[in-house]
Design a protein around this ligand. Structure first.
Ligand code: MRU
Length: 356
């Protein structure tokens, strides 16, 4: 029996000139919005991951530039744009791996070239940020519709990190596919990897699916291959922070071993992402993998868990080669193998026309 799984979480909203986001560091115990009025507050929220997930960071970055424009008082258009450029660069540097942030901030910055006087700067930028939010929300629903065709009755889907409503403007990417399949009447259950070190799977994916009454179980990251070996996983669907023209997929650290295990055990491995996650210019060797604070690994719930004399390495993302990816579910349709040729055919024209 079809049912509605419309996720009502609104991870980002603009109200009365302030940006409001769900503070994801408090979930699942507390659902609380933080209000932001300055560029610094937005940059800090992105850095410490009060907001996270590539599409959501893009939307938040877009509004961050609107907030920055409120503090520009110069009547000189070129000077105003110079100050705005500085703010855009500061925003883009907060998290370097996902491409959505750069894409959205550059798009809002470009809108500043269309103003006739600085008096209309904030209004014009806000229009652009609102359009990005609306488009991302629509894209999430389209991803769901395209992706749901790949899901069979009674499938168990493994997902990594959080590619849900909380990582996007709403509805999700990987979780959009699951939501849409359930809305079509299919029975689907989910295995969520806990996603060390910040536990986006255990805290966020499990939270939003449980809220929607979607059956979900949490596993430790290293259990994924064992579950595939015993035939307990029908499909893997993950999100992405940057998809290259070669079909390489950059996503949360731990995605690559899941993809390798999926290939070995013959489990289809799908990536769900909007067009704002496509980067048709960068080579795999040029992707900057964010290295995060060692303390995320060396401490657990505030307690040191590694010897004081030992350091940690904390790359936040990995890159999965195209050959391990069965298909990419986008808001423009599903792209199958060979990924490089099919991505070029589908996105080359749109990328040329985009603000990037
Ligand atoms: O470090 P995070 O939590 O921002 O990483 C998020 C991910 O890797 C997600 O899988 C990705 O952004 C896709 S979200 C739709």
């Amino acid at each position: 029996m079809p049912r509605t799984v419309r996720n009502e979480l609104e991870p980002v909203k603009w109200r009365n000139g302030t940006l409001q986001v769900i503070d994801q560091t408090l979930l699942p115990l507390r659902l609380r919005y933080v209000r932001m009025r300055t560029l610094d507050q937005v940059c800090n929220a992105i850095r410490i991951m009060k907001v996270r997930g590539a599409p959501l960071i893009g939307v938040v970055g877009a509004y961050g530039l609107v907030l920055a424009s409120k503090r520009i008082h110069s009547k000189d258009r070129d000077e105003a744009r110079r100050q705005l450029r500085k703010s855009a660069d500061t925003l883009i540097a907060t998290r370097p791996t996902g491409v959505n942030l750069r894409w959205a901030v550059e798009r809002v910055y470009s809108a500043s070239s269309k103003i006739s006087s600085t008096a209309s700067l904030e209004t014009r930028l806000l229009e652009e940020a609102n359009s990005i939010l609306d488009e991302e929300l629509r894209a999430a629903h389209s991803i769901g519709i395209f992706g749901a065709t790949l899901i069979d009755e009674d499938d168990t889907v493994l997902t990594h990190c959080n590619a849900g409503a909380l990582a996007t403007a709403g509805y999700g990417t990987a979780l959009a596919v699951i939501r849409a399949a359930i809305e079509e009447g299919k029975h689907v259950s989910v295995i969520a990897t806990e996603t060390r070190p910040l536990l986006q799977g255990a805290r966020l994916t499990a939270f939003e699916l449980a809220k929607d009454k979607v059956p979900v179980k949490i596993i430790v990251d290293s259990a994924a291959a064992q579950l595939m070996a015993r035939g307990a996983i029908d499909k893997v669907i993950v999100g992405a922070d940057r998809i290259l023209r070669t079909g390489h997929v950059t996503n949360k650290i731990g995605t690559l071993p899941i993809a390798i295990a999926a290939k070995f055990y013959g489990v289809p491995f799908y990536v769900a992402a909007p067009i704002s996650t496509m980067d048709l210019e960068t080579d795999p060797s040029q992707v900057i993998i964010e290295e995060r604070d060692q303390r995320e690994i060396l401490y657990f719930a505030g307690k040191r868990i590694g010897p004081r004399s030992v350091e940690a390495l904390n790359p936040a993302f990995d890159i999965t080669p195209a050959e391990l990816v069965t298909g990419i579910i986008t808001d423009k349709g599903v792209v199958g193998q060979p990924l490089e040729d099919n991505l070029r055919a589908k996105f080359a024209v749109e990328a040329t026309n985009s603000a990037r």
